[in-house]
Design a protein around this ligand. Structure first.
Ligand code: NAD
Length: 290
């Protein structure tokens, strides 16, 4: 990659995406920044008119994704870094949310990121370099009541990225999943979608979590996170996963060992279902996944 990189970042009107866009511009790189509403990216263009192109698009619109990527190539001739940042939260018990809310959440956070990635891959493969940075969440490795579909999108996109990383490493393309804890952005406030509260869930954990969320002040600083994310693209050894924030770190330290403990606790049952050829099969997977 040349020293000056070309970035494509989705969802730059507010929050982490906005901070990252400003960081990239301050670094002297070129930027294609997507926003949903015309005019929302004007301040970004004003920062560096010859290095910034703002594209209006919604990541749930596949045709808009295709023309956004084409516009990026027309403007700067290449894309070095794609950041799939656009996304929002949906809070409510599964019974409280509608099919339409579920589909919109999946199409934005999951399908939108997958289609964006698919669209930039051919040219990154040809140029034999590129970095796909996926904004996931600590909620891509743990799950709490009330955010089931949000977790489905973040766990889903993490599986997608991990699989993709193995497919594209041969072409010099890196993949990094960023897992922030709470960040001071619009995510938990203005941007959050909610289900209609069902009285039946009063007094259950989801009601407690709803209350806790209203009082919680997130600890993550979007500007500091943006600087760390931008720094990833300067590393040859960029990690597959990067967790950001002391809250996220503490939670994962507590939860990840429990998954291994559960694996071990059920080991007898787990190993009881093999055919006689199982040893050879798991040796093969061990080699592939090491
Ligand atoms: P935010 O609401 O301030 O910003 C979200 C951005 O995504 C906005 O610019 C919005 O316009 C855009 N967006 C939403 N739906 C879109 C769509 N359909 N098409 C195009 N753009 C769309 O919130 P944020 O905290 O900056 O969120 C950024 C990312 O960080 C999200 O993926 C979110 O899930 C993730 N995240 C946030 C937190 C947090 O606590 N804020 C924690 C972990 C992960």
């Amino acid at each position: 990659m040349s020293a000056q990189k070309v970035w494509l970042i989705t969802g730059t009107s507010t929050g982490l995406g906005r901070s990252l866009a400003e960081t990239v511009i301050a670094r002297g790189d070129m930027l294609v920044a997507t926003v949903r509403n015309q005019g929302a990216g004007r301040e970004l263009t004003e920062l560096a008119p010859d290095r910034v192109k703002v594209v209006t698009m919604d990541v749930t619109d596949a045709a808009a994704i295709r023309s956004c990527v084409q516009e990026a190539y027309r403007a700067f001739g290449r894309i070095d870094v794609l950041v799939n940042n656009a996304g929002y939260g949906l809070f409510g018990a599964v019974e409280e949310i509608t099919e339409e809310q579920i589909r919109r959440q999946l199409e934005t956070n999951l399908t939108g990121s997958i289609l964006m990635t698919k669209e930039v891959l051919p040219r990154m493969r040809e140029q034999r370099s590129g970095h796909i940075i996926q904004i996931s969440s600590v909620g891509g490795q743990l799950a709490t009541p009330g955010l089931s579909i949000y977790h489905a999108t973040k766990w889903g996109i993490e599986g997608f990225c991990e699989s993709l990383a193995g497919e594209v490493a041969a072409f010099g393309i890196k993949v990094t999943i960023v897992e922030p804890g709470g960040i001071r952005t619009d995510w938990a406030g203005r941007s959050m979608d909610h289900g209609d509260i069902l009285a039946a869930y009063e007094g259950t954990p989801i009601a407690q979590i709803r209350q806790m969320r209203e009082e919680l002040v997130p600890s993550g600083d979007p500007d500091k996170m943006a600087r760390v994310i931008a720094g990833l693209t300067l590393r040859d050894d960029a990690p597959l996963r990067l967790t950001l924030g002391s809250d996220a770190y503490t939670l994962l330290q507590q939860i990840l060992p429990k998954r291994l403990e559960q694996l071990e606790a059920e080991k007898v049952l787990t190993l009881s279902t093999d055919t006689e050829h199982a040893g050879a099969a798991s040796d093969g997977w061990k080699q592939l996944l090491k």
